[in-house]
Design a protein around this ligand. Structure first.
Ligand SMILES: [Fe+2]
Length: 492
C-alpha cells in the first residue's frame, strides 16, 4: 500500500568512524581493557559466554536479596565459579567490556547477547563498571566477595567512595573492574514533552547521518543507533501520548528521515500495547527505524519522480527491502532481527508482496507491526507524486487491508491506540466548530480530546479543550489543514 508513497529524499550529514574503530581507539588506559584488545577466544569459549552472563546476572540478583552466606547466594556463586573455572582451566582469563550499551567479550562485540543481557549492561553501567575481568587464580571466597561488591546499589557505592575503593577494600586481586566508558542514561525527564522532542529529533538526526554514511559507503555505528532507539523506547513507555503526537510531524523535504522516526515510534507504541518486554521493543525499534535504508541505494531521481515510474524504475524501487537487508548485514553488531524486518516490511500479511519468498513463509510479528506503522505514516504524508490523505481515510484504508495486506489484529489494535482521528487531525465537529485532536480517547476511538480553535462561522477563537467522550458531540469530518489555512503546529 505504501510502496508508491514512501520514496525518499536526500540530505547530507557528518561522517563518523565505525563502531569497532571508535571502541578500540577510546577505551583508554585501563590495564584489563588494554590486554583485551589482543584477546581472541576460541569458538567453544565464545559459545560458553551466554552461560557465563546468565550465571553472572543470576548471582547478582540473588545477592541483592540474600547475604553471601545464604545457600541461594552460595549456590549462585558456585554456578558462576564453575563457568569461570572452565575458562581458567583452558589457560585464559575472562574479560568482559560493557561499552555504550554493548557487550564485548575478548575482541568480539556480542550483538545478540547485548540485547539479551541489556539489563545486566545497564546495571553494570549504573554502578560505574565499564569492564569486568575474572583472572586466573580466582578462588571461591574471592569471587564471593566480588559478587557482594558488584551487587551493591549505586548509593552504597557512592557512600563507600566509589567502586575502585570497594574493590581495594575487599582485597580483590583476581577480579578487576575498569571504570571506562560508563553508559550514561539520561536523567528522568522533568519535562516529558521536551524529552519526547529530544528523542524524536535524535531519531531524525541519526537517519540523516546514516543516509550520508550509506551514500558514501561508510560504516554505520550500531551502538549509536541502539542508543537512539533506547531513548525512543523509554519515551514511548513513559509518555506514549506525547510521542504519538509527534508522529504527526511531517517534513516534505526530509521525508524519509521523519518517516523513519515516525515508523519507529508508531511501531513501538503499537508493540507496547502487546508487551513491555524491553528486548523485544529495542530490536523492533532498530528494525523500524532502519526499515527503508535500502532506499538510500536507489537513485533519488527515481524516488522523487513526480509522475508514474517506468517498469524498470519500479523494479528498482521494489528491490529496496533487499538492498536494505544487505546494508544492515554490513553494520557491525546490528541485531539480526532488524534485517528480517527490513527485508519483510513490504511482504504483506498474506505473503503476496515483495520480495517473494519460495517457499512462502509468514511475515514475522515484528515485520507485521512495522508494515502497519509504515503504511499509515506513508499514507498521511505528502509526497512528490501524491497528496497526504486525511487521517480517517488512512485508517479506513488500513481497515480495508486487514487480513490481506496487514495482520487484522494489529490493525484493530492500531486503530484503537490512535483513535479513528489521531493526534493533530483537524476536524469539524457536529456543532460546526473546528478543532484539532490532541489525544485519543481511552474509551471511544471516535471521540478524542479536541482543542477547538474556530467557531461555526470559521472565525478563529481562543482555544478551548473539549473531551468529546464526555459530550454528545461527535466528529463530522476530517479537514485538510492546508485547505483552511491552518498551521497545526501553531495550536499544539
Ligand atoms: Fe519501504
Amino acid at each position: 500500500m505504501s510502496d508508491r508513497n514512501d520514496r525518499m529524499s536526500s540530505s547530507e550529514g557528518d561522517v563518523r568512524e565505525p563502531a569497532s574503530q571508535s571502541h578500540d581507539g577510546t577505551v583508554g588506559s585501563d590495564a584489563v581493557v588494554g590486554k583485551r584488545a589482543g584477546m581472541a577466544y576460541s569458538y567453544r569459549q565464545m559459545e560458553r559466554v551466554r552461560e557465563l552472563l546468565t550465571s553472572l546476572y543470576a548471582v547478582r540478583r540473588t545477592a541483592k536479596f540474600y547475604p553471601m552466606d545464604h545457600p541461594a547466594a552460595v549456590e549462585g556463586t558456585h554456578g558462576l565459579m564453575d563457568v569461570v573455572a572452565r575458562f581458567h582451566s583452558e589457560g585464559v582469563d575472562v574479560e568482559l567490556v560493557f561499552f555504550e550499551g554493548e557487550l564485548v567479550f575478548g575482541d568480539k562485540l556480542l550483538a545478540e547477547e547485548s540485547i539479551l543481557f541489556d539489563q545486566l549492561i545497564r546495571d553494570m553501567a549504573s554502578i560505574g563498571a565499564g569492564s569486568l575481568s575474572f583472572l586466573q587464580g580466582l578462588t571461591f571466597p574471592e569471587l564471593s566477595r566480588a559478587i557482594a561488591v558488584l551487587s551493591s546499589e549505586q548509593h552504597e557505592i557512592e557512600h563507600a567512595g566509589g567502586l575502585v575503593r570497594m574493590i581495594e577494600e575487599a582485597q580483590l586481586i583476581h577480579v578487576r573492574v575498569g571504570e571506562v566508558h560508563v553508559y550514561e542514561r539520561p536523567e528522568p525527564a522533568e519535562d516529558p514533552e521536551a524529552s519526547a522532542h529530544e528523542a524524536y529529533e535524535g531519531a531524525v538526526d541519526i537517519m540523516r547521518e546514516i543516509d550520508s554514511l550509506i551514500r558514501h559507503n561508510k560504516v554505520v555505528n550500531s551502538g549509536q543507533v541502539k542508543g537512539v532507539v533506547r531513548n525512543l523506547v523509554d519515551n514511548v513507555l513513559s509518555n506514549r501520548h506525547a510521542m504519538l503526537e509527534l508522529t504527526g510531524l511531517k517534513n516534505y523535504d526530509d521525508y524519509t528521515f521523519y518517516h523513519s522516526a515516525n515508523v519507529a515510534i508508531l511501531s513501538l507504541a503499537l508493540a507496547s500495547t502487546l508487551t513491555n518486554e524491553y528486548r523485544f521493543l529495542s530490536s523492533l525499534g532498530v528494525g523500524a527505524l532502519l526499515h527503508d535504508i535500502g532506499k538510500m541505494k536507489v537513485d533519488l531521481s527515481i524516488l522523487n519522480k513526480p509522475g508514474a515510474l517506468t517498469a524498470e524504475e519500479w523494479a528498482l524501487v521494489r528491490q529496496h527491502p533487499v538492498y536494505g537487508a544487505e546494508q544492515a548485514a554490513l553494520i557491525p553488531g546490528l541485531d539480526k532481527s532488524a534485517i528480517v524486518m527490513i527485508l519483510e516490511h513490504h511482504m504483506r500479511y498474506d505473503s503476496s508482496g515483495y520480495p517473494q519468498r519460495v517457499p512462502r513463509s509468514p511475515q514475522h510479528l515484528a515485520s507485521r507491526i512495522v508494515a502497519v506503522a509504515d503504511a499509515y505514516d506513508a499514507m498521511t504524508s505528502r509526497r512528490s507524486y501524491s497528496a497526504a490523505r486525511v487521517q480517517d481515510e488512512a485508517m479506513s484504508m488500513l481497515a480495508q487491508g486487514a487480513g490481506t495486506a496487514h495482520d487484522d489484529v494489529l490493525v484493530r489494535l492500531f486503530i484503537s491506540m490512535m483513535g479513528v482521528y489521531p493526534p493533530r487531525t483537524v476536524v469539524q465537529l457536529s456543532d460546526g466548530r473546528t478543532g484539532i485532536v490532541t489525544r485519543p480517547s481511552d474509551v471511544d476511538p471516535l471521540k478524542p480530546r479536541i482543542r477547538v480553535i474556530a467557531d461555526e462561522a470559521g472565525h478563529i477563537i481562543d482555544p478551548v479543550v473539549v473531551d468529546l467522550a464526555s459530550t454528545d458531540l461527535g466528529v463530522e469530518r476530517c479537514l485538510d489543514p492546508q485547505s483552511i489555512n491552518i498551521e497545526v503546529d501553531d495550536y499544539m
